[in-house]
Design a protein around this ligand. Structure first.
Ligand code: HEC
Ligand code: HEC
Length: 292
């Protein structure tokens, strides 16, 4: 979790004393929230394909939706957070190898984890993104699972997560949306497929990934250091300048965006169709004045 850890690192530096004071109280509250179970009431059935084209479409989604960033290129997961104050958290093994969820979960159970953050035993996932995952359309979810089912099995033996005092304080203070199941609407059925021909609707769909950091209004967030990307900020850019910024990390003025801050290496895998739709849509969002 390189990116998120950076943000956390900034806060850890400043808050260490406070954490020690609050840690004990936070432990009790966070334990009760972490140990809760959740129920998904939304009803759906999946038809996961097995043809090479659908698998390739799923592989593309796994790359642009950052699955590989956190679960590794081979999807076997790794020690994702390893920090004395934050704890030790492994990202899950998604393959069909030993201790991989691909071995034991049904297609619907995998989808429930990704859409709603709820595991088959009702326990919540911790640290998985959710705002843009709940928006994944049903056909994209089917392709994504087709891809997960196609990867070579890898055996792993990850330890269960242990949450440190920092994690618990931030969780209780709602500083980070760590438990998706606390936030998503578990009764909301999956979205219908969005046709790429419907450019603006498709652009809005593609842009849900950007809201993870740039917020739902695209006005940016000071805490995360994500800038305003509404027309008030980047309306004067050309489409080519926009595309170069988000796929190569190079702004029109020639300055660079560090890949740890904004995942432009993953974004560079978007198709031309996706990038065009994204640009068309972003030009239509409500301009939010830029604050310094
Ligand atoms: C920001 C990092 C991050 C990203 C991005 C991410 N994951 Fe995860 N994922 C995690 C972590 C950490 C866990 C372990 C959480 C837990 O067990 O509570 C996890 C758990 C899971 C689980 C549940 C495993 C279980 O034990 O039930 C599934 C399924 C999963 N991820 C699939 C995906 C897919 C598919 C994508 C891309 C669409 C994805 N993840 C993207 C960090 C991430
Ligand atoms: C993981 C968080 C994250 C995600 C996801 C993300 N961004 Fe960013 N983005 C940032 C941060 C942080 C910066 C500022 C980087 C810096 O200051 O060097 C940035 C910078 C930008 C800039 C440059 C703006 C400027 O005025 O300098 C653009 C344009 C942009 N992002 C568009 C997007 C689009 C479009 C998406 C979705 C496809 C996206 N971002 C997804 C975090 C993110």
């Amino acid at each position: 979790m390189k990116r998120v850890l950076k943000w956390i690192g900034i806060v850890v530096g400043g808050l260490l004393g406070l954490i020690i004071l609050l840690g004990a109280g936070a432990y009790t509250v966070s334990a009760s929230r972490l140990n809760r179970t959740y129920e998904v009431t939304a009803d759906f059935t999946l038809n996961v394909p097995t043809d090479p084209e659908s698998i390739a479409a799923g592989e593309h989604l796994a790359a642009v939706y950052l699955c590989n960033d956190c679960h590794e290129a081979n999807l076997a997961g790794h020690l994702f957070v390893d920090d004395p104050v934050f704890g030790q958290i492994y990202s899950a093994n998604l393959t069909a190898g030993e201790n991989g969820i691909g071995r034991s979960y049904s297609d619907e159970e995998i989808a429930r984890v990704i859409w709603y953050g709820v595991k088959p035993d009702g326990s919540p996932t911790v640290g998985m993104p959710y705002e843009f995952y709940q928006a994944i359309s049903i056909s994209d979810m089917e392709n994504l699972i087709a891809y997960l089912r196609s990867v070579p099995p890898v055996d792993t033996n990850h330890s269960p997560a242990s949450y440190g005092p920092m994690f618990r304080v931030m969780h209780v203070a709602n500083q980070f949306p760590l438990i998706p199941a606390e936030r998503v609407d578990a009764s909301q059925p999956p979205r219908d497929p969005i046709s790429p021909e419907d450019t603006l609707a498709y652009g809005e769909y593609v842009a849900t990934m950007c809201t993870h950091c740039h917020t739902a209004t695209f006005a940016g967030d000071e805490f995360f250091g994500s800038p305003n990307i509404t027309p008030a900020a980047i309306g004067g850019w050309s489409e080519a300048e926009f595309v170069r910024t988000i796929t190569e990390g190079m702004r029109p003025d020639g300055t660079q965006i560090a890949p740890e801050l904004m995942p432009w290496q993953s974004i560079s895998q978007y198709s031309d169709e996706e990038l065009q739709a994204l640009w068309a849509y972003l030009q239509t969002v409500e301009p939010v004045p830029v604050t310094e």
